[in-house]
Design a protein around this ligand. Structure first.
Ligand code: GZL
Length: 323
């Protein structure tokens, strides 16, 4: 009888131990701290800089040991970093996929190593959603729709064609694909809105200026610029001023992010409307990571809260902005 009770107790203890080890292959630090491998896109924009700061500061505050890599916007570097984290047997992997496609193989390797993966900021187009535990980030289609809706509202009494040029984000990235789709859906309501040129500026100021220079040379009448992020919009402002035109007046400008320099340009009237995309994902990421390592359930999708700003709202908000 005693032998049977002992066996039962041992089995219960073993089951409890395994249940507590959510990530299977990896093991948390003896003192319960977890190790996270984070594969960042790069440092292409003010948004990315603020996002990196949020992740690093939140990890420190949460007692999470952070291994961090910067992929210089190259997918192969992110894949290498993820493979390195698998080799190091981290407890959890988090990353912002620079583009949507091409992740299934490496995510399967993480799954086989029983290391949970969290998508943060950008999504992947993998059909197998078991390859990651959750996706924490903005709704980029909604962001594009907000940008389009502002334009529709501003030009509701205009009958003539409205010529729009578009600076797209990184080719193949979720924000570029979805912001374009959302914006296009809304302006399709009225055929006067015409996107006369659309090209990637890769989310950087330099490329935004370069492409806007080309747009200005090729298109005598540009009414509106829709830039998928503030940084490309700020680069475009340099090109517009270089062409002797007044940004925010001769050419209306809508951007997305709401980083400090964009908000300053909005307050100064050089940008007309900014849709916010919050980079401050660090605290939620750390909270989700601790849950998945413990084997707790987490929502498949966590959408970040965000708003949009007119010039007046930017002037009000600037003093208290965190990034
Ligand atoms: C959006 C993020 C985008 C920003 C850009 O969540 O992925 O990448 O809009 C950044 O500024 O480069």
């Amino acid at each position: 009888m005693v032998k049977r009770i002992t066996t039962l107790l041992l089995s219960a203890a073993l089951a409890a131990a395994l249940a507590g080890c959510g990530s299977g292959g990896a093991t948390s630090g003896g003192d319960g701290t977890i190790t996270m491998g984070f594969a960042q896109v790069g440092a292409e924009s003010g948004w990315r800089t603020a996002n990196t700061k949020s992740v690093q500061e939140s990890a420190k505050a949460a007692g999470v040991e952070l291994k961090f890599s910067d992929a210089q916007q190259k997918q192969e570097n992110q894949i290498k970093a993820i493979r390195s984290y698998i080799q190091q047997k981290v407890d959890v992997i988090a990353f912002s996929p620079v583009v949507e496609s091409g992740w299934d193989t490496v995510l399967k390797e993480a799954k086989d190593a029983r290391i949970p993966v969290i998508l943060t900021d950008r999504a992947v187009d993998s059909k197998d959603t078991s390859l990651y535990r959750t996706f924490l980030g903005s709704d980029f289609i909604e962001e594009g729709k907000k940008a389009g809706q502002w334009l529709v509202d501003q030009y509701k009494d205009v009958k003539d064609p409205v010529n729009i040029v578009e600076l797209q984000g990184t080719t193949g990235s979720a924000p570029a694909n979805d912001r374009k789709a959302g914006f296009g859906q809304v302006i399709a309501a009225d055929p006067k809105f015409k996107i006369i040129a659309s090209q990637t500026g890769d989310f950087t100021r330099a490329k935004g200026k370069e492409v806007m220079d080309a747009f200005l040379k090729a298109n005598p009448k540009i009414d509106v610029l829709f830039a998928h992020n503030d940084d490309m919009g700020l680069g475009a402002i340099e090109a517009i001023e270089g062409a002797g035109k007044v940004p925010g007046e001769d050419i209306k400008i809508i951007t997305i992010d709401a980083v400090h320099d964009g908000m300053q340009a909005l307050a100064d009237g050089k940008i007309n409307y900014i849709v916010e995309c919050s980079p401050l994902l660090g605290p939620q990421l750390m909270d989700l990571s601790k849950k998945v390592v413990k084997g707790e359930q987490v929502p498949a999708r966590v959408v970040t809260e965000e708003t949009a700003f007119t010039q007046e709202q930017a002037k009000q908000a600037l003093p208290s902005r965190k990034y």
